[in-house]
Design a protein around this ligand. Structure first.
Ligand SMILES: Cc1cc2nc3c(=O)[nH]c(=O)nc-3n(C[C@H](O)[C@H](O)[C@H](O)COP(=O)(O)OP(=O)(O)OC[C@H]3O[C@@H](n4cnc5c(N)ncnc54)[C@H](O)[C@@H]3O)c2cc1C
Length: 498
Protein backbone atom coordinates (compact mmCIF):
# COMPACT_ATOMS: atom_id res chain seq x y z
CA UNK A 1 0.00 0.00 0.00
CA UNK A 2 1.39 3.41 -0.98
CA UNK A 3 1.50 6.01 1.80
CA UNK A 4 0.63 9.65 1.08
CA UNK A 5 1.22 12.49 3.50
CA UNK A 6 -0.85 15.63 2.93
CA UNK A 7 0.29 18.81 4.68
CA UNK A 8 -2.63 21.02 5.73
CA UNK A 9 -6.32 20.16 6.21
CA UNK A 10 -7.73 23.30 4.58
CA UNK A 11 -9.95 23.16 1.45
CA UNK A 12 -7.06 21.94 -0.74
CA UNK A 13 -5.64 19.28 1.60
CA UNK A 14 -9.07 17.84 2.49
CA UNK A 15 -10.10 17.73 -1.17
CA UNK A 16 -6.89 15.92 -2.16
CA UNK A 17 -7.50 13.32 0.57
CA UNK A 18 -11.18 12.89 -0.37
CA UNK A 19 -10.53 12.53 -4.10
CA UNK A 20 -7.70 10.08 -3.65
CA UNK A 21 -9.53 7.85 -1.17
CA UNK A 22 -12.66 7.90 -3.29
CA UNK A 23 -10.91 7.02 -6.52
CA UNK A 24 -8.24 4.52 -5.43
CA UNK A 25 -8.53 2.32 -2.35
CA UNK A 26 -4.87 1.29 -2.49
CA UNK A 27 -3.53 4.45 -0.84
CA UNK A 28 -3.00 5.11 2.84
CA UNK A 29 -3.67 8.82 3.42
CA UNK A 30 -2.46 10.84 6.43
CA UNK A 31 -3.15 14.57 6.83
CA UNK A 32 -0.98 16.70 9.12
CA UNK A 33 -2.71 19.87 10.28
CA UNK A 34 -1.06 22.54 12.39
CA UNK A 35 -4.29 23.89 13.90
CA UNK A 36 -6.71 22.21 16.28
CA UNK A 37 -9.46 22.31 13.66
CA UNK A 38 -9.80 21.73 9.90
CA UNK A 39 -10.83 24.24 7.20
CA UNK A 40 -7.74 26.48 7.07
CA UNK A 41 -8.62 30.11 6.47
CA UNK A 42 -12.06 28.95 5.27
CA UNK A 43 -13.10 27.73 8.70
CA UNK A 44 -15.86 29.26 10.84
CA UNK A 45 -15.01 30.58 14.29
CA UNK A 46 -17.61 30.52 17.08
CA UNK A 47 -17.67 33.01 19.92
CA UNK A 48 -20.34 33.00 22.66
CA UNK A 49 -22.96 31.56 20.30
CA UNK A 50 -22.17 33.88 17.37
CA UNK A 51 -20.20 32.70 14.35
CA UNK A 52 -17.77 34.43 12.00
CA UNK A 53 -15.68 33.65 8.92
CA UNK A 54 -12.13 34.81 8.40
CA UNK A 55 -13.51 37.38 5.97
CA UNK A 56 -16.71 36.14 4.37
CA UNK A 57 -16.60 32.99 2.25
CA UNK A 58 -18.90 32.93 -0.74
CA UNK A 59 -19.25 29.52 -2.43
CA UNK A 60 -19.32 30.13 -6.13
CA UNK A 61 -17.62 28.19 -8.90
CA UNK A 62 -17.41 27.60 -12.60
CA UNK A 63 -15.67 24.28 -12.01
CA UNK A 64 -18.15 21.42 -12.34
CA UNK A 65 -15.88 18.96 -10.55
CA UNK A 66 -15.71 21.25 -7.53
CA UNK A 67 -19.46 21.80 -7.46
CA UNK A 68 -19.94 18.02 -7.66
CA UNK A 69 -17.93 17.60 -4.44
CA UNK A 70 -19.93 20.34 -2.70
CA UNK A 71 -23.12 18.44 -3.61
CA UNK A 72 -21.73 15.04 -2.56
CA UNK A 73 -20.89 16.40 0.87
CA UNK A 74 -23.88 18.62 1.67
CA UNK A 75 -27.21 19.14 -0.14
CA UNK A 76 -28.04 22.45 -1.85
CA UNK A 77 -31.21 24.34 -0.99
CA UNK A 78 -33.62 24.12 -3.92
CA UNK A 79 -33.90 27.26 -6.03
CA UNK A 80 -37.66 27.51 -5.49
CA UNK A 81 -37.07 27.57 -1.71
CA UNK A 82 -34.31 30.16 -1.92
CA UNK A 83 -34.24 32.59 1.01
CA UNK A 84 -36.79 30.56 2.95
CA UNK A 85 -35.95 28.69 6.11
CA UNK A 86 -34.47 25.25 5.52
CA UNK A 87 -35.15 22.79 8.32
CA UNK A 88 -32.21 20.58 7.43
CA UNK A 89 -29.22 21.16 9.63
CA UNK A 90 -26.36 20.73 7.20
CA UNK A 91 -27.27 22.39 3.93
CA UNK A 92 -25.97 25.01 1.49
CA UNK A 93 -28.35 27.98 1.55
CA UNK A 94 -28.84 30.21 -1.48
CA UNK A 95 -27.92 33.78 -0.60
CA UNK A 96 -28.34 37.09 -2.35
CA UNK A 97 -25.08 38.86 -2.97
CA UNK A 98 -25.55 42.47 -1.88
CA UNK A 99 -22.46 44.56 -1.35
CA UNK A 100 -21.79 48.27 -1.63
CA UNK A 101 -18.81 50.60 -1.72
CA UNK A 102 -18.53 53.31 0.94
CA UNK A 103 -16.77 56.39 -0.42
CA UNK A 104 -16.90 60.01 0.73
CA UNK A 105 -19.77 59.20 3.08
CA UNK A 106 -21.88 57.78 0.25
CA UNK A 107 -22.73 54.25 -0.79
CA UNK A 108 -22.21 53.00 -4.36
CA UNK A 109 -23.39 49.70 -5.80
CA UNK A 110 -20.81 46.94 -6.07
CA UNK A 111 -20.05 45.76 -8.69
CA UNK A 112 -20.04 49.37 -9.89
CA UNK A 113 -23.32 50.12 -11.70
CA UNK A 114 -23.66 52.90 -14.22
CA UNK A 115 -27.05 54.09 -12.98
CA UNK A 116 -28.80 57.24 -11.74
CA UNK A 117 -27.71 56.64 -8.15
CA UNK A 118 -24.05 56.52 -9.16
CA UNK A 119 -24.42 59.68 -11.27
CA UNK A 120 -26.16 61.55 -8.42
CA UNK A 121 -23.54 60.38 -5.92
CA UNK A 122 -20.65 61.41 -8.16
CA UNK A 123 -22.26 64.69 -9.32
CA UNK A 124 -22.72 65.69 -12.96
CA UNK A 125 -19.27 67.26 -13.41
CA UNK A 126 -17.41 64.28 -11.97
CA UNK A 127 -19.55 61.87 -14.01
CA UNK A 128 -18.49 63.69 -17.19
CA UNK A 129 -14.84 63.67 -16.11
CA UNK A 130 -15.13 59.91 -15.50
CA UNK A 131 -16.73 59.44 -18.95
CA UNK A 132 -14.00 61.42 -20.72
CA UNK A 133 -11.21 59.70 -18.86
CA UNK A 134 -12.78 56.32 -19.75
CA UNK A 135 -13.01 57.30 -23.43
CA UNK A 136 -9.38 58.43 -23.37
CA UNK A 137 -8.30 55.16 -21.79
CA UNK A 138 -10.27 53.18 -24.42
CA UNK A 139 -8.70 55.08 -27.30
CA UNK A 140 -5.13 55.21 -26.00
CA UNK A 141 -4.52 51.97 -24.17
CA UNK A 142 -1.42 51.87 -21.99
CA UNK A 143 1.10 49.07 -22.14
CA UNK A 144 0.21 47.16 -18.97
CA UNK A 145 3.26 47.11 -16.74
CA UNK A 146 1.53 47.12 -13.36
CA UNK A 147 -1.85 46.93 -11.64
CA UNK A 148 -2.55 50.64 -12.06
CA UNK A 149 -2.19 50.32 -15.87
CA UNK A 150 -4.46 47.26 -15.75
CA UNK A 151 -7.27 49.16 -13.96
CA UNK A 152 -6.85 52.38 -15.96
CA UNK A 153 -7.15 50.53 -19.26
CA UNK A 154 -10.46 49.05 -18.12
CA UNK A 155 -12.03 51.94 -16.20
CA UNK A 156 -10.15 55.15 -17.04
CA UNK A 157 -7.98 57.10 -14.63
CA UNK A 158 -10.79 58.90 -12.80
CA UNK A 159 -13.00 55.90 -12.01
CA UNK A 160 -9.92 53.93 -11.05
CA UNK A 161 -8.91 56.62 -8.57
CA UNK A 162 -12.37 56.61 -7.00
CA UNK A 163 -13.22 52.93 -6.90
CA UNK A 164 -10.01 50.91 -6.94
CA UNK A 165 -6.93 52.87 -5.91
CA UNK A 166 -7.68 53.41 -2.19
CA UNK A 167 -9.03 49.91 -1.57
CA UNK A 168 -6.12 48.24 -3.40
CA UNK A 169 -3.68 50.28 -1.33
CA UNK A 170 -5.44 49.18 1.84
CA UNK A 171 -5.34 45.52 0.85
CA UNK A 172 -1.69 45.44 -0.25
CA UNK A 173 -0.18 48.35 1.70
CA UNK A 174 1.45 49.81 -1.40
CA UNK A 175 0.61 51.72 -4.55
CA UNK A 176 -0.96 49.68 -7.39
CA UNK A 177 1.96 50.99 -9.48
CA UNK A 178 4.21 48.67 -7.49
CA UNK A 179 1.98 45.61 -7.85
CA UNK A 180 2.07 43.13 -10.71
CA UNK A 181 -0.87 43.34 -13.13
CA UNK A 182 -1.22 39.59 -12.55
CA UNK A 183 -3.22 40.33 -9.38
CA UNK A 184 -5.80 42.20 -11.44
CA UNK A 185 -6.01 39.23 -13.80
CA UNK A 186 -6.62 36.89 -10.86
CA UNK A 187 -8.95 39.13 -8.92
CA UNK A 188 -11.15 40.98 -11.37
CA UNK A 189 -10.43 39.04 -14.54
CA UNK A 190 -12.64 40.31 -17.38
CA UNK A 191 -14.36 43.04 -15.38
CA UNK A 192 -14.43 46.40 -17.14
CA UNK A 193 -16.81 49.26 -17.77
CA UNK A 194 -18.13 47.41 -20.82
CA UNK A 195 -18.72 44.26 -18.76
CA UNK A 196 -20.58 46.36 -16.13
CA UNK A 197 -22.77 48.09 -18.74
CA UNK A 198 -23.55 44.75 -20.39
CA UNK A 199 -24.44 43.27 -17.03
CA UNK A 200 -26.74 46.20 -16.19
CA UNK A 201 -28.59 45.86 -19.51
CA UNK A 202 -28.95 42.13 -19.00
CA UNK A 203 -30.37 42.61 -15.51
CA UNK A 204 -32.68 45.36 -16.72
CA UNK A 205 -34.19 43.12 -19.39
CA UNK A 206 -33.88 39.89 -17.34
CA UNK A 207 -31.76 38.30 -20.07
CA UNK A 208 -29.65 35.26 -19.35
CA UNK A 209 -25.93 35.88 -19.33
CA UNK A 210 -24.08 32.61 -19.36
CA UNK A 211 -20.68 34.26 -19.54
CA UNK A 212 -21.21 36.50 -16.52
CA UNK A 213 -17.88 37.40 -14.90
CA UNK A 214 -17.13 35.91 -11.49
CA UNK A 215 -17.32 39.22 -9.60
CA UNK A 216 -20.75 40.04 -11.05
CA UNK A 217 -22.55 37.00 -9.75
CA UNK A 218 -25.59 38.05 -7.74
CA UNK A 219 -26.23 34.86 -5.80
CA UNK A 220 -24.03 32.38 -4.04
CA UNK A 221 -24.14 29.29 -1.86
CA UNK A 222 -23.31 29.44 1.82
CA UNK A 223 -23.47 26.66 4.41
CA UNK A 224 -26.19 27.27 6.99
CA UNK A 225 -23.64 27.55 9.84
CA UNK A 226 -20.75 29.03 7.86
CA UNK A 227 -18.07 27.54 5.59
CA UNK A 228 -16.48 25.58 8.44
CA UNK A 229 -19.59 23.39 8.50
CA UNK A 230 -18.81 22.17 4.99
CA UNK A 231 -15.13 21.47 5.76
CA UNK A 232 -16.02 19.59 8.97
CA UNK A 233 -18.36 17.41 6.88
CA UNK A 234 -15.66 16.90 4.24
CA UNK A 235 -13.20 15.86 6.98
CA UNK A 236 -15.78 13.33 8.26
CA UNK A 237 -16.07 11.84 4.76
CA UNK A 238 -12.27 11.59 4.54
CA UNK A 239 -12.19 9.68 7.84
CA UNK A 240 -15.08 7.42 6.78
CA UNK A 241 -13.06 6.51 3.69
CA UNK A 242 -10.10 5.54 5.88
CA UNK A 243 -8.07 8.76 5.90
CA UNK A 244 -6.39 9.86 9.12
CA UNK A 245 -6.19 13.49 10.24
CA UNK A 246 -3.58 14.43 12.85
CA UNK A 247 -4.41 17.87 14.29
CA UNK A 248 -2.02 20.15 16.21
CA UNK A 249 0.85 18.79 14.14
CA UNK A 250 3.08 21.32 12.42
CA UNK A 251 5.43 20.15 9.67
CA UNK A 252 8.81 21.82 10.14
CA UNK A 253 11.44 19.81 8.25
CA UNK A 254 11.89 17.41 5.36
CA UNK A 255 14.39 14.62 4.82
CA UNK A 256 15.29 14.68 1.18
CA UNK A 257 17.88 12.86 -0.88
CA UNK A 258 18.56 14.26 -4.31
CA UNK A 259 15.17 14.76 -5.96
CA UNK A 260 13.04 12.74 -3.54
CA UNK A 261 11.55 13.39 -0.09
CA UNK A 262 11.73 10.46 2.33
CA UNK A 263 10.03 11.81 5.41
CA UNK A 264 8.66 14.88 7.17
CA UNK A 265 9.43 16.00 10.69
CA UNK A 266 6.47 17.47 12.52
CA UNK A 267 6.01 19.00 15.94
CA UNK A 268 3.43 17.51 18.28
CA UNK A 269 3.24 18.70 21.91
CA UNK A 270 6.65 20.31 21.43
CA UNK A 271 8.21 17.00 20.37
CA UNK A 272 9.71 16.28 16.94
CA UNK A 273 8.25 13.21 15.21
CA UNK A 274 9.15 11.67 11.86
CA UNK A 275 6.75 10.31 9.28
CA UNK A 276 7.94 8.53 6.13
CA UNK A 277 5.84 8.25 2.98
CA UNK A 278 5.99 7.59 -0.77
CA UNK A 279 4.24 10.77 -1.88
CA UNK A 280 3.92 14.25 -0.28
CA UNK A 281 1.23 16.80 -1.10
CA UNK A 282 1.82 20.24 0.36
CA UNK A 283 -0.66 23.07 0.93
CA UNK A 284 1.63 24.82 3.44
CA UNK A 285 3.12 28.20 2.44
CA UNK A 286 5.98 27.79 -0.05
CA UNK A 287 8.22 30.04 2.06
CA UNK A 288 7.89 27.63 5.03
CA UNK A 289 8.21 24.57 2.79
CA UNK A 290 11.56 25.69 1.36
CA UNK A 291 12.78 26.70 4.83
CA UNK A 292 12.17 23.09 5.87
CA UNK A 293 14.65 21.69 3.31
CA UNK A 294 18.33 21.25 4.26
CA UNK A 295 19.95 21.76 0.93
CA UNK A 296 18.37 24.15 -1.52
CA UNK A 297 20.14 26.02 -4.33
CA UNK A 298 20.99 29.51 -3.04
CA UNK A 299 18.96 31.28 -5.73
CA UNK A 300 15.82 29.23 -4.94
CA UNK A 301 16.10 29.86 -1.21
CA UNK A 302 16.64 33.60 -1.76
CA UNK A 303 13.44 33.95 -3.80
CA UNK A 304 11.35 31.65 -1.56
CA UNK A 305 12.23 33.15 1.81
CA UNK A 306 11.44 36.63 0.54
CA UNK A 307 8.04 35.73 -0.91
CA UNK A 308 5.65 38.42 0.35
CA UNK A 309 2.35 37.89 2.17
CA UNK A 310 -0.25 40.24 3.54
CA UNK A 311 -1.65 39.61 7.00
CA UNK A 312 -5.27 40.07 7.96
CA UNK A 313 -7.22 40.88 11.10
CA UNK A 314 -10.98 40.38 11.51
CA UNK A 315 -12.63 41.99 14.49
CA UNK A 316 -15.95 40.30 15.19
CA UNK A 317 -18.19 42.86 16.84
CA UNK A 318 -21.67 42.40 18.30
CA UNK A 319 -23.87 45.52 18.17
CA UNK A 320 -27.53 46.16 18.88
CA UNK A 321 -28.24 48.44 15.90
CA UNK A 322 -26.98 49.65 12.53
CA UNK A 323 -27.24 53.26 11.39
CA UNK A 324 -27.21 52.27 7.70
CA UNK A 325 -30.12 53.08 5.40
CA UNK A 326 -32.64 50.24 5.39
CA UNK A 327 -34.28 48.66 2.35
CA UNK A 328 -38.04 48.53 1.66
CA UNK A 329 -38.41 45.57 4.02
CA UNK A 330 -36.88 47.62 6.86
CA UNK A 331 -33.65 45.62 6.80
CA UNK A 332 -30.08 46.51 5.86
CA UNK A 333 -29.52 44.35 2.77
CA UNK A 334 -25.71 44.07 2.52
CA UNK A 335 -23.68 40.94 3.12
CA UNK A 336 -20.61 43.13 3.11
CA UNK A 337 -19.45 46.73 2.50
CA UNK A 338 -16.20 47.83 0.88
CA UNK A 339 -14.75 50.80 2.72
CA UNK A 340 -12.98 52.70 -0.03
CA UNK A 341 -12.71 55.87 2.05
CA UNK A 342 -9.13 56.40 3.19
CA UNK A 343 -10.07 58.40 6.30
CA UNK A 344 -10.35 55.04 8.10
CA UNK A 345 -8.09 51.96 8.16
CA UNK A 346 -11.12 49.67 7.87
CA UNK A 347 -11.16 47.74 4.57
CA UNK A 348 -14.42 45.81 4.58
CA UNK A 349 -17.34 45.06 6.91
CA UNK A 350 -19.25 41.78 6.92
CA UNK A 351 -22.80 41.59 8.27
CA UNK A 352 -22.96 37.93 9.25
CA UNK A 353 -26.76 38.10 9.87
CA UNK A 354 -27.15 38.47 6.09
CA UNK A 355 -24.75 35.64 5.22
CA UNK A 356 -26.96 33.27 7.17
CA UNK A 357 -29.36 34.05 10.02
CA UNK A 358 -27.99 30.93 11.71
CA UNK A 359 -24.64 32.66 12.22
CA UNK A 360 -26.08 34.95 14.91
CA UNK A 361 -27.55 33.89 18.26
CA UNK A 362 -30.14 36.69 18.54
CA UNK A 363 -31.00 38.07 15.10
CA UNK A 364 -33.96 40.00 16.52
CA UNK A 365 -31.85 42.30 18.65
CA UNK A 366 -28.23 42.04 17.51
CA UNK A 367 -25.93 42.21 14.48
CA UNK A 368 -22.66 40.33 14.35
CA UNK A 369 -20.20 42.24 12.17
CA UNK A 370 -16.75 41.30 10.87
CA UNK A 371 -14.50 44.36 10.52
CA UNK A 372 -11.60 43.56 8.23
CA UNK A 373 -8.16 45.11 8.39
CA UNK A 374 -5.17 44.41 6.15
CA UNK A 375 -1.64 44.82 7.49
CA UNK A 376 1.82 43.27 7.57
CA UNK A 377 2.88 40.74 10.17
CA UNK A 378 5.55 43.18 11.41
CA UNK A 379 3.10 46.13 11.63
CA UNK A 380 2.26 47.77 14.91
CA UNK A 381 -1.37 47.09 13.94
CA UNK A 382 -0.91 43.33 13.79
CA UNK A 383 0.57 43.43 17.30
CA UNK A 384 -2.22 45.55 18.83
CA UNK A 385 -4.02 44.02 21.83
CA UNK A 386 -7.60 42.77 21.49
CA UNK A 387 -8.84 45.77 23.51
CA UNK A 388 -7.05 48.18 21.15
CA UNK A 389 -8.69 46.46 18.18
CA UNK A 390 -12.09 46.74 19.85
CA UNK A 391 -11.55 50.49 20.40
CA UNK A 392 -10.41 51.07 16.80
CA UNK A 393 -13.41 49.08 15.51
CA UNK A 394 -15.84 51.11 17.63
CA UNK A 395 -14.30 54.42 16.52
CA UNK A 396 -14.37 53.50 12.82
CA UNK A 397 -17.91 52.09 12.91
CA UNK A 398 -19.02 55.45 14.25
CA UNK A 399 -16.90 57.51 11.82
CA UNK A 400 -18.27 55.65 8.78
CA UNK A 401 -21.83 55.98 10.05
CA UNK A 402 -22.29 52.20 10.11
CA UNK A 403 -23.14 51.89 13.79
CA UNK A 404 -23.03 54.04 16.88
CA UNK A 405 -24.18 51.24 19.16
CA UNK A 406 -22.16 50.17 22.21
CA UNK A 407 -20.10 47.04 21.57
CA UNK A 408 -21.84 44.16 23.33
CA UNK A 409 -19.17 41.54 22.64
CA UNK A 410 -16.14 41.13 20.38
CA UNK A 411 -13.58 38.62 19.15
CA UNK A 412 -10.30 39.27 17.31
CA UNK A 413 -8.79 36.89 14.73
CA UNK A 414 -5.31 37.36 13.29
CA UNK A 415 -4.02 35.54 10.16
CA UNK A 416 -0.35 35.91 9.26
CA UNK A 417 -0.30 34.70 5.65
CA UNK A 418 -3.83 35.49 4.46
CA UNK A 419 -2.83 36.87 1.05
CA UNK A 420 0.05 35.57 -1.09
CA UNK A 421 1.34 38.77 -2.73
CA UNK A 422 2.56 39.34 -6.27
CA UNK A 423 5.48 41.67 -5.77
CA UNK A 424 9.13 41.75 -4.63
CA UNK A 425 10.75 38.32 -5.00
CA UNK A 426 7.57 36.93 -6.60
CA UNK A 427 8.86 38.27 -9.94
CA UNK A 428 11.35 35.38 -9.88
CA UNK A 429 8.84 32.80 -8.66
CA UNK A 430 9.44 30.53 -11.67
CA UNK A 431 12.84 29.57 -10.23
CA UNK A 432 11.12 28.21 -7.12
CA UNK A 433 8.37 26.50 -9.08
CA UNK A 434 10.89 24.74 -11.32
CA UNK A 435 12.81 23.53 -8.29
CA UNK A 436 9.66 22.24 -6.55
CA UNK A 437 8.58 20.43 -9.73
CA UNK A 438 11.96 18.71 -9.85
CA UNK A 439 11.25 16.93 -6.55
CA UNK A 440 9.65 13.86 -8.02
CA UNK A 441 7.32 12.85 -5.17
CA UNK A 442 6.19 16.36 -4.10
CA UNK A 443 2.99 18.07 -5.31
CA UNK A 444 2.11 21.68 -4.41
CA UNK A 445 -1.57 22.61 -4.15
CA UNK A 446 -3.89 25.32 -2.83
CA UNK A 447 -3.49 29.02 -2.17
CA UNK A 448 -0.26 29.50 -0.20
CA UNK A 449 0.79 26.03 -1.39
CA UNK A 450 1.12 27.51 -4.89
CA UNK A 451 1.54 31.16 -3.85
CA UNK A 452 -1.49 31.96 -6.00
CA UNK A 453 -4.48 34.19 -5.21
CA UNK A 454 -6.82 31.18 -5.32
CA UNK A 455 -10.35 31.14 -3.99
CA UNK A 456 -11.75 28.00 -2.35
CA UNK A 457 -12.89 26.49 -5.64
CA UNK A 458 -9.54 26.94 -7.35
CA UNK A 459 -7.72 25.70 -4.25
CA UNK A 460 -9.93 22.59 -4.41
CA UNK A 461 -9.39 22.30 -8.17
CA UNK A 462 -5.58 22.19 -7.73
CA UNK A 463 -6.18 19.24 -5.36
CA UNK A 464 -8.41 17.44 -7.88
CA UNK A 465 -5.82 17.96 -10.65
CA UNK A 466 -3.09 16.76 -8.29
CA UNK A 467 -4.93 13.47 -7.79
CA UNK A 468 -5.41 13.21 -11.59
CA UNK A 469 -1.65 13.57 -12.02
CA UNK A 470 -0.80 11.07 -9.27
CA UNK A 471 -3.17 8.46 -10.72
CA UNK A 472 -2.24 9.02 -14.36
CA UNK A 473 1.52 9.17 -15.00
CA UNK A 474 0.93 10.49 -18.51
CA UNK A 475 -0.22 13.82 -16.97
CA UNK A 476 2.19 16.56 -15.94
CA UNK A 477 2.59 18.57 -12.74
CA UNK A 478 2.13 21.68 -14.89
CA UNK A 479 -1.60 20.77 -15.05
CA UNK A 480 -1.82 21.48 -11.32
CA UNK A 481 -0.09 24.87 -11.64
CA UNK A 482 -2.31 25.76 -14.61
CA UNK A 483 -5.48 25.97 -12.50
CA UNK A 484 -6.73 29.59 -12.30
CA UNK A 485 -4.28 30.95 -14.79
CA UNK A 486 -5.71 33.36 -17.31
CA UNK A 487 -5.47 31.10 -20.34
CA UNK A 488 -7.20 28.31 -18.46
CA UNK A 489 -9.88 30.70 -17.20
CA UNK A 490 -11.02 31.70 -20.67
CA UNK A 491 -11.34 28.11 -21.77
CA UNK A 492 -13.61 26.98 -18.96
CA UNK A 493 -17.29 26.40 -18.83
CA UNK A 494 -19.97 28.96 -18.58
CA UNK A 495 -21.33 30.15 -15.29
CA UNK A 496 -24.21 28.03 -14.12
CA UNK A 497 -27.24 30.28 -13.88
CA UNK A 498 -28.31 30.61 -10.24
C1 LIG B 1 -10.47 37.54 3.81
C2 LIG B 1 -10.64 36.39 2.89
C3 LIG B 1 -11.85 36.19 2.24
C4 LIG B 1 -12.02 35.14 1.35
N1 LIG B 1 -13.22 34.97 0.73
C5 LIG B 1 -13.41 33.95 -0.12
C6 LIG B 1 -14.66 33.75 -0.75
O1 LIG B 1 -15.61 34.53 -0.56
N2 LIG B 1 -14.81 32.69 -1.58
C7 LIG B 1 -13.80 31.81 -1.82
O2 LIG B 1 -14.00 30.85 -2.57
N3 LIG B 1 -12.58 31.97 -1.24
C8 LIG B 1 -12.36 33.01 -0.40
N4 LIG B 1 -11.14 33.18 0.21
C9 LIG B 1 -10.04 32.27 -0.15
C10 LIG B 1 -10.04 30.96 0.67
O3 LIG B 1 -9.98 31.28 2.03
C11 LIG B 1 -8.83 30.14 0.25
O4 LIG B 1 -8.82 29.96 -1.14
C12 LIG B 1 -8.79 28.72 0.85
O5 LIG B 1 -8.96 28.69 2.23
C13 LIG B 1 -7.42 28.13 0.51
O6 LIG B 1 -7.41 26.78 0.86
P1 LIG B 1 -6.03 26.03 1.11
O7 LIG B 1 -6.35 24.71 1.62
O8 LIG B 1 -5.18 26.18 -0.08
O9 LIG B 1 -5.28 26.93 2.23
P2 LIG B 1 -5.65 27.26 3.71
O10 LIG B 1 -7.08 27.54 3.87
O11 LIG B 1 -4.68 28.31 4.11
O12 LIG B 1 -5.31 25.92 4.48
C14 LIG B 1 -3.99 25.49 4.65
C15 LIG B 1 -3.92 24.62 5.89
O13 LIG B 1 -2.58 24.19 6.06
C16 LIG B 1 -2.23 24.27 7.42
N5 LIG B 1 -0.77 24.41 7.52
C17 LIG B 1 0.00 25.44 7.12
N6 LIG B 1 1.29 25.22 7.39
C18 LIG B 1 1.34 24.00 7.95
C19 LIG B 1 2.41 23.20 8.44
N7 LIG B 1 3.67 23.62 8.42
N8 LIG B 1 2.11 21.97 8.96
C20 LIG B 1 0.82 21.53 9.01
N9 LIG B 1 -0.21 22.25 8.57
C21 LIG B 1 0.04 23.47 8.04
C22 LIG B 1 -2.99 25.50 7.91
O14 LIG B 1 -3.16 25.48 9.31
C23 LIG B 1 -4.30 25.38 7.15
O15 LIG B 1 -5.25 24.65 7.87
C24 LIG B 1 -10.94 34.25 1.10
C25 LIG B 1 -9.72 34.43 1.76
C26 LIG B 1 -9.56 35.50 2.64
C27 LIG B 1 -8.25 35.71 3.34
Amino acid sequence: MKKIVIIGAGPAGLTAAYELLKRDKSYQVILLEEEKEVGGISKTVSHNGNHMDIGGHRFFTKEERVEAIWKEVMPFQEMENAFQKDKRDKVFLIRNRVSRIFYENKFYDYPVSINMKTILNLGIVRTFTCGFSYLKASLFKKKEKNLEDFYENRFGKKLYSIFFQGYTEKVWGRSPKKISKEWGEQRVKGISILACIKDNIIRLFHLKNKNQETSLITRFYYPKHGPGEFYNELAKKVEELGGVIYKNTKVVKFHKKKQKIYSVIYLEDGLEKELAADIFISSMPIKDLIEGFHEVPKKVREVAIHLPYRAFVTVGVLVSSLSLKKGKDGKVPDCWLYIQDDSVKLGRVQIFNNWSPYMVKDTEHTFFLGLEYFCDEEDEYFKMSDEEWRDLAKEELKKTGISDSPILDYHVLRVKKAYPAYFDSYTNFDIVKKYLNSITNLYCIGRNGQHRYNNMDHSMMTAIKCVDVILDPSLKKEDIWNVNTDSNYHEVKHVKEN
